[in-house]
Design a protein around this ligand. Sequence first.
Ligand SMILES: [Zn+2]
Length: 278
Amino acid sequence: MPELPEVETIVRGLRGAIVGERIQAVDIRLAKIAQAPPGVDFARALIGETITGVTRRAKYAVLELASGRRLVTSLRMTGRLVVGKPGEVAYPGTHIVFTLKPLKTLSFADIRTFGRMRLVEPGDPWDANLGPEPLEKAFTPEAFVSMLSERTTSIKVLLLDQRRIAGIGNIYACEALWEAKIRPSTPAKDLSRAAMIRLHGALIEVLSRAVEMRGSSIDDYVDADGLRGGFQNVLAVYGRLGQPCTRCGTPIQRSVLAGRGTWWCRMCQPRSRKKIRK
Ligand SMILES: [Zn+2]
């Protein structure tokens, strides 16, 4: 499932290819993928719109339109945004095709059909429930510490909660916790302040490095040009059950937290000593 680094890579790729283009036609092949506010016809509203920007918020790729509307795309498990040419052999599961000019298309493909493209009106607070972006200035160590204090939820489950921090999924939660030497099952409130600050730094470090390496190609993620990422080659724990920890050589463990596979090193990520309470 694409997380912050993968969606950021897709968005950067799209930016060069489709900003400034005008939508000439919209072909919807699977109706449930294309969502619009009540009374608005998705295709009709988009024809004639010019794409003025491509941005990312959390795990969403957002097409900014000249009218102030936005096209908010969630890729979920297997969604892809692909720039191509009309009549080209389409990716399997192509559900929406935007014709941008006689020789250019933008397609949304999704084999598992969980992804969506949602047309959002200007001023709609569509992202109001999403937490801060971990690579932006508002995500300070202090903000992170106050987010974690008094929370009984395990730290890994909390990292995945998009209302707290936006864009982190299973891969980068596991990787950042290993980097910060924190056991994923630790209740957030039991982390020392030093551990919280270490994790804050680890999240920024791991996410930045993954963006630089154009994301992780696990399953079938590819960027807007159909290219695979590079971070899957340097993963420390995710998906590495039984393989030696790159820091200490201990075989990597796998457990399940809140229904999600969780990889970690029992030597490098020890049980945290509970904070002494009055
Ligand atoms: Zn280790």
